[in-house]
Design a protein around this ligand. Structure first.
Ligand code: HT7
Ligand code: ZN
Length: 873
């Protein structure tokens, strides 16, 4: 397959100013008539043919300026429609296609989900509806007429504002016309037709305009949509207050569907969501689900400005909308919840997914320079590292200049398809700063390593920090240049008393900009050896190496004013111990005892003051985190044993306190998903986990009791999760009761699939295979597949990486099955292999064989072909 390169970008030879779409919905024979008002692009090539994109299309007729074209005048295939002699002045092209939404299992273009019709066009799905210039720099005004059988699709939704609707005389059909006045790229097109329940409210914007907000869900589930609607309203208010951004249509609709390739999609005025990120009730959703819903509703809403009003010139600029919008949704969640707790959660995800990707054969820059399949670049690097770049920019230039730069960017680029350069230019223009070196963050892949050494001079009362940086080689990038790294830092005294130390290289915000291969900074007025607190708030996405003894890290846990670094200190100590235990170190008793004591002291002083934070401190790095830290010749069994042992020892050393907290945190009264209540539940459940690790039979009793008395899904699922670590009859009994109770709740069954797939015991693979036969499972539904198969491959380090290779062979077989239906889903599952080179030899050989078995199959999709070849490279 051909490679698309950023350097080959050129403007389109034609433009489409207006598109009228007439869609007559039918389960297997939907008719689409597209009327394109076109003209040659003054910036294009003067004599170029007109080549429209298609994908699996069936052309019925094409006419130009009202005249039906004969077979000699165009060249059509399912993949393209070519007109060699297109007019040199404005013209109207009318194209009729027929498509089969029921047969569309790829879930791209127009498809059916649970009997409803819906669309997904990003990145290149619009070409599965009609022939088009399906590229994001073609901005058109859309008018859409949708027609359907009234009984089948009483609700008809499109982009923009509703214009008219009514019956189709003499039939059982009806229609609705929608007009979107904002020129947009085809990837933001959407329509929905179906039988849906609705909840809604009126929102008044900052300038006093009224907007009708609505969330559409499966009929009967309306009461599960209230939280999403509330999150939407809060997001709209927040974007007005924090970014000065107002909504720009008369309606804003959200539709939940149950078959969806990703989380949600920001189609203009008509967001379409995976129902997992809309539906919530205390009985079916966990605190984490509520937090995810809030974040994703916000994310898609924020795209209205960062993505829709200002869109991307080409798909290489994907981070321009995604990184920026993730940053915006992170800020929203931080404002709505606890900022430090949210920051820790963000960094945990970044490290687990993006650092992993950066260290794998799939590493790529935040702005890639080439791709074979764009769907494979909706990655943690583009999204999460993309957001970190925006955050670093804000850290470097400060809040006020950041806001001024954002205003300039939105104003200047409104209604255009922009680039990363346009984004950075806005900040250069408001600050006068040269951001050339900073721009390397978009180009250079790999996670920079920063090594720091501290030197205290007692006589001079100075403290010097020596910094060096380097970024390891990544695919296509053997050598790297120095990055501009903002280091937010401070010094902490051993007893926590304030230090009067000063350093002229550190700005008023406490930030040192480290932008050379090596540099040193010196603090004066330092009365005693301090403990450095570096990368406060995780000010840059780097790996830090700093040889602080554990005792000094534990000073930070106790005294640092930066919450993130308090948590980080505990994690660093835990990681050292886990990595050492996993790689055969024997004599760590003293170190583990000291760590347990520090955690006990922490629980006494801090746990009840901020339970959500305490829960994070008490949670050890995951097995996958430890594997990543070790980095080579990884033995997942040894890591699992080490982590289980550490949990047991910490649990034993602190069991009284854990008990005390478990009792003290019991909440009575009705469930509320607010951050504070959720924090109490998360600490209580973290205590339960450690208690069960320390004393199996007590853990089992507590967990079963909690399961039986829980008033909400968070507590019920947490107790079940603890039980999955305790093999035996109680576990099996509780699992089957849960499965029975929720057998008609697909989203809850997903949690049940996921828990079982993650059981780190022999027999899990057989369990997963059995569960694939469960009536609630379907290989065609992405949520089901991700819950059962994805959890097995991504979360079950021990069983996926079985020494006999059975886990790998299983995943390979599922990837091939899924690929025949839904290549995007298959390709995502396949990324579970990206850690294969880190494994010890036997596993590595099995993984390579499994990958080769995929690579050798004929007719692989481009999605899977691309991932498998890069993973093997
Ligand atoms: N912009 C969207 C990304 C997306 C997508 C969504 C659903 C299905 C397929 C998709 N391909 C790309 C989602 C977002 O980041 O907001
Ligand atoms: Zn997005």
């Amino acid at each position: 397959t051909p490679i698309v390169r950023l350097e080959d970008y050129r403007p389109s030879d034609f433009l489409i100013d207006h598109l009228e779409l007439d869609v007559r919905l039918h389960p297997t024979q939907t008719r689409v008539v597209a009327t394109l008002r076109m003209r040659p692009n003054p910036e294009g090539r003067p004599d170029a043919p007109l080549v429209l994109d298609g994908d699996e299309l069936n052309l019925k007729a094409v006419s130009l300026d009202g005249r039906i074209l004969t077979g000699e005048e165009f060249d059509a295939s399912p993949q393209s429609l070519k007109i060699a002699q297109a007019p040199r002045q404005p013209f109207t092209l009318t194209i009729e296609t027929e498509i089969d939404p029921t047969a569309n299992t790829k879930l791209m273009g127009l498809y059916r989900s649970g009997g409803n019709y819906c669309t997904q066009c990003e990145a290149e799905g619009f070409r599965r509806i009609t022939y088009f210039l399906d590229r994001p720099d073609i901005l058109s005004v859309y008018t859409t007429r949708i027609e359907a059988e009234r009984s089948e699709a009483p609700v008809l939704l499109g982009n923009g504002n509703p214009v008219e609707s009514g019956p189709v005389e003499g039939t059982d059909r009806h229609y609705a016309v929608w007009h979107d006045p904002h020129p947009k790229p085809s990837y933001l097109f959407a329509l929905v037709g179906g039988s849906l329940g609705r909840v809604g409210k009126t929102f008044t914007t900052m300038s006093g305009r009224k907007v009708e907000l609505a969330v559409y869900v499966e009929p009967g589930k309306e009461d599960r949509a209230d939280y999403a609607l509330d999150a939407l309203e809060r997001s709209m208010r927040w974007d007005e207050r924090v970014f000065g951004r107002e909504y720009d249509l008369d309606v804003f609709n959200i539709v939940a569907v149950s078959d969806f390739n990703m989380g949600a999609m920001e189609n203009k005025g008509l967001n379409i969501f995976n129902d997992k990120y809309v539906l919530a009730s205390p009985e079916t959703a966990t605190d984490q689900d509520y937090a995810n819903i809030e974040a994703i509703i916000a994310h898609e809403y924020f795209h209205n400005w960062s993505g829709n009003r200002v869109t991307c010139r080409d798909w290489f600029q994907l981070c321009l909308k995604e990184g920026l919008t993730v940053f915006r949704d992170q800020e929203f969640s931080s404002d709505e919840r606890s900022r430090p707790v949210h920051r820790i959660a963000e960094v945990k995800t970044l490290r687990a997914r993006q650092f992993l990707e950066d260290a794998s054969p799939l590493a790529h820059p935040v702005r890639p320079s080439q791709y074979r399949e764009i769907n494979n670049f909706y990655t943690a690097t583009v999204y999460e590292k993309g957001a970190e770049i925006v955050r670093m920019l804000k850290t470097i230039i400060g809040d006020d200049d950041f806001r001024r730069g954002m205003d300039l960017y939105f104003d200047r680029c409104d209604g255009t398809a922009a680039t990363v350069e346009d984004f950075l230019a806005a900040f250069t223009d408001v600050t006068g700063r040269d951001l050339t070196q900073f721009a390397r963050w978009y180009e250079q892949s790999g996670t920079p390593r920063v090594a720091v050494k501290g030197h205290y001079d007692e006589a001079a009362q100075t403290y010097r920090l020596d910094f060096t940086q380097n970024t390891p080689p990544t695919p296509g990038q053997p050598t790297k240049e120095a990055m501009a790294i903002p280091v937010a830092l401070g010094l902490v005294s051993h007893d926590g008393s304030p230090l009067g130390a000063a350093c002229d290289r550190v700005d008023a915000r406490g930030v040192f900009l480290f932008d050379e291969p090596a540099d040193s900074i010196t603090f004066t007025n330092v009365p005693a050896l301090p403990v450095p607190s570096l990368f406060r708030g995780f000010s840059a996405p780097v790996k830090l190496s700093l040889d602080l003894p554990n005792e000094e890290l534990l000073v930070l846990l106790r005294h640092d004013t930066d919450s993130f670094n308090r948590w980080q200190a505990a994690q660093t100590v835990a990681m050292r111990l886990l990595a050492a235990l996993s790689t055969g170190a024997q004599k760590l008793d003293e170190e583990i005892d000291a760590f347990s004591e520090a955690l006990c002291a922490f629980m006494d002083s801090d746990a009840l003051a901020d339970p959500a934070f305490a829960a994070l401190v008490l949670t050890l790095p995951s097995e996958a985190d430890v594997a990543q830290d070790i980095g080579k010749d990884v033995d997942p069994d040894a890591i699992h044993r080490a982590r289980t042992d550490m949990r047991r020892r910490i649990g034993k050393a602190s069991s009284q306190r854990l008990h005390g907290l478990y009792e003290a945190l019991a909440v009575s009264g009705s469930y509320s998903p607010d951050a504070e209540s959720a924090g109490r539940r998360s600490l209580r459940n973290a205590c339960l986990d450690l208690l069960a690790a320390a004393d199996r039979s007590m853990g089992e009793t507590l967990a079963v009791t909690q399961f039986e008395t829980a008033s909400n899904m968070t507590d019920r699922l947490a107790s079940l999760s603890v039980l999955t670590t305790l093999p035996g009859a109680a576990r099996e009994e509780t699992l089957s009761r849960f499965g029975e109770r929720y057998r008609n709740e697909p989203l809850v069954l997903d949690k049940w699939f996921a828990l079982q797939a993650a059981i780190p015991e022999d027999g899990t693979l057989e369990r997963v295979t059995r569960l694939m036969e469960h009536p609630g499972f379907s290989i065609a539904n992405p949520n089901r597949v991700r819950s059962l198969i994805g959890s097995f491959a991504m979360l079950n380090q021990v069983q996926f990486n079985r020494t006999d290779g059975a886990g790998y062979r299983f995943l390979a077989s599922i990837v091939l099955r899924a690929d025949a239906l839904n290549p995007q889903l298959a390709a995502r599952l396949l990324t579970a292999f990206s850690t294969w080179r880190m494994m010890e030899g036997t596993r590595r050989r099995h993984a390579e064989e499994a990958l080769q078995s995929i690579a050798q199959k004929p007719n692989l999709s481009r999605d899977v072909g691309d991932i498998v070849s890069r993973t093997l490279d």
